[in-house]
Design a protein around this ligand. Sequence first.
Ligand SMILES: Nc1ncnc2c1ncn2[C@@H]1O[C@H](COP(=O)(O)OP(=O)(O)OP(=O)(O)O)[C@@H](O)[C@H]1O
Length: 257
Amino acid sequence: MQNASNAPTEAAFEVNRVSKRYGSIVALDDVSLSFPRGSTTALIGSSGSGKSTLLRLLLGLEWPDRGEVKVDGHVLEKAQVLALRRRTGYVIQDGGLFPHLTALGNLGLLPYHLGWSRDRIRSRAEELAALTDLAQDVLERYPAELSGGQRQRVALMRGLMLNPDALLLDEPLGALDPIVRHELQDQLKSIFDQLGKTVIVVTHDVAEAAWLADRLVLMRNGKVVQDGRLEDLQQRPVDPFVTHFVQAQRTLQRPSA
Ligand SMILES: Nc1ncnc2c1ncn2[C@@H]1O[C@H](COP(=O)(O)OP(=O)(O)OP(=O)(O)O)[C@@H](O)[C@H]1O
């Protein structure tokens, strides 16, 4: 899609009428969404609703059966995928760190391959350690020697090493205890605000989604059910499932006897 002056649109990512199946399983069913540059969006929805598949399509890790994926206004093609991955930080639930490399080794893997000096890698790692509130000595440790929160910080730092235009986060805090999760939610929010990148974050948790993002996209069975702010989902639900999903988050209470 181009605007009147034929300049690229402001959308960092777009999917137009995208469908994706795995055998008989429909992962995405005619989904159209646009993610403006610099915006933060949370993809929420029940398990198996297609959230991770959507992220993988945006990164060229999967390809749609139908429809098109656009990045910066251009239809994504296989030849551009390597460059796209270098411009897009991708962080997954368990961090995906290589166990045989230290935190610094993990952070430096791709930059080193791209010709960065060891000094440049260390200096960027130290800068990001300050941003994510990670103690510098942790950089010398192996993933097995890190706490879950430290591992996720290193995974986030790895996603940011090349100063990408966009960050795609798939349940980045899913495996953490509630205190660390709360702390990292605050830090992620502040990092998103400071860096102003295009962010798409997948989470099961509505409160976390609303904390991190202005826009929530609720998915079910491979379709977008509602796309809006938390207030829209709460006050103007388009389907009873929306209310059911939003209210399914348990508040602090004991079951009555
Ligand atoms: N590689 C694959 N092979 C076969 N089926 C797959 C594959 N990846 C995803 N699926 C199926 O596609 C559907 C959508 O999966 P997806 O991981 O995108 O959902 P999700 O919303 O991210 O789920 P969750 O919240 O549990 O991570 C599910 O039914 C899933 O089992």
